[in-house]
Write a protein that binds this ligand. Sequence first.
Ligand code: NAD
Length: 559
Amino acid sequence: MPVATKSAPVATAPVSASDGLNGRARSAEGAQGTMVAFNGHRRTPPPINEPIRSYAPGTAERAELKARLESMANEVVDIPIVIDGREIRTGDTANVVMPHAHQHVLGQWHAATVSHVAQAIDAAERARADWGNWPFEERAGVFLRAAELLSTRYRATLNAATMLGQSKTAFQAEVDAACELADFWRFNVHFAETLYADQPISDKGIWNQTDYRPLEGFIYAVTPFNFTAIGGNLSTAPALMGNTVLWKPSATAMLSAHYIMQILTESGLPPGVINFLPGDPIAISNAALSHRDFAGLHFTGSTNVFNMMWKQIGANTSSYRSYPRIVGETGGKDFIVAHHTADVEALAVAIGRGGFEYQGQKCSACSRAIVEAPIYDAFITKLLERIAKLTVGDPAANHYLGPVINKAALDSMLRYIEIGKKEGRLLAGGKAPATADGGYFLEPTVIADVAPNAVISQEEIFGPVLALVKVASFEEGLKVVNNTEYGLTGSIYSTDREKLNIARREFHVGNLYFNRKCTGAMVGAHPFGGFNMSGTDSKAGGPDYLPLFTQSKSVAEKL
Ligand code: NAD
């Protein structure tokens, strides 16, 4: 394979004194022997959720986004590997295409080889010594700056990349790429500050302290296609805590990932802190997971892939320097349960949105509606009325459903629909409409009268396919909710307080919602993570997340 490398301007690290101690005990000497240069306990700005813009006709944000969509559609972006701040082009490239018009090429990314993984690990190790010693406030400044750049100058670019490269509507791109990612960057800074302030009590004559340190090696971040914000969060959250990272992005979210790297570089992230490795997931993962300095996996994606990586880590344990942290959020078979007191209209709206926004390609998407018999038929009527209004087409042209991400995904969904047609009654959809531009479109599909143990009630389809399960009573519904291998999100619609209470106790999910849809978790408000085979319940967007990427040293000093 031809290997041509080209050096890019290297981001310069802000010059600062290094104290190496993350924690409030700041009067000690730093790792380099230099005293802390700044006296003053600096507080970071209180985080607020980034306001969602409307993109209504006539607004400035709409005009800006439209212009960026047009310019981006006319570019072919060259996406390099980034190691130690250097851009590397191997010439072994793959195309970034629009899923809604897949002959339209938006860019080409250069594939990393195993030798690039080795280079990236070396770069991460070199950068770790310095970055881990930066005072927290200096690291925080990089990500606060990134959030500011994203919510202003880069907003239209990252939204457009998410709309064109991952086929989101303007609204879905805005809540993901602009708002959620800016929220992760700002709230994580706040959560880190709060964590460092958490110090043990001291007694007379003794001063007890906790020093929150980065892990002993690099973090390997592997990210999915369906949320731009997850790509940006998984690569940066460990870095905020002083770690260095190898980031393997998804092949089908490459354009947005590339712009995230640009934002971080422009924000002053030093070279080597996050190394960007597009390429063959198996070869790259094998090289990363078998390295002695591998200190943690930060994964979001399907359950099967995570299970494989977990096994691989288990098999390699004796060759590591330390026990690696394994943090993974995975698949779901999420549900809405409808008690007979539910408002049928509200329920149909919730399922229309929770099941079909972004074509059901959210880990939290509602793929099972479990409905009590007395309202089952009335609910179906309302749901079908709603679904009849959902149009399918180019998401930038205001269609409710765009395409699914690629041909393999579409083929898999069509196979599930064939199975589902035998397991239940097809009420809507089921077909993949052909379009002039090509595009992996699938109609919103509803299959009723499905048994709780049917394949389409059990397996994650990850597309716009909803199974309706009719239950005779709430008690029967209770048996259905927990009968899959997953436990990510669930929702109950009921006006009966006692039933909400039972759901709180019995529904075995990481994120539970009362009388609202099962998607749309917000950073800071709804820390997100699943039970069972839906993940390690790491609760991204909450205060318990960042400690996963630190090791704490308890220090006691006799005075
Ligand atoms: P995926 O598992 O196909 O890919 C995820 C990442 O793993 C990608 O970077 C991919 O390149 C890599 N990968 C794929 N095969 C690999 C292998 N054999 N070895 C190493 N790495 C490999 O998932 P996806 O299609 O990108 O995303 C959809 C899945 O992610 C769904 O299952 C969804 O439920 C899940 N998801 C979960 C959450 C959550 O918070 N629980 C959030 C988003 C997505």
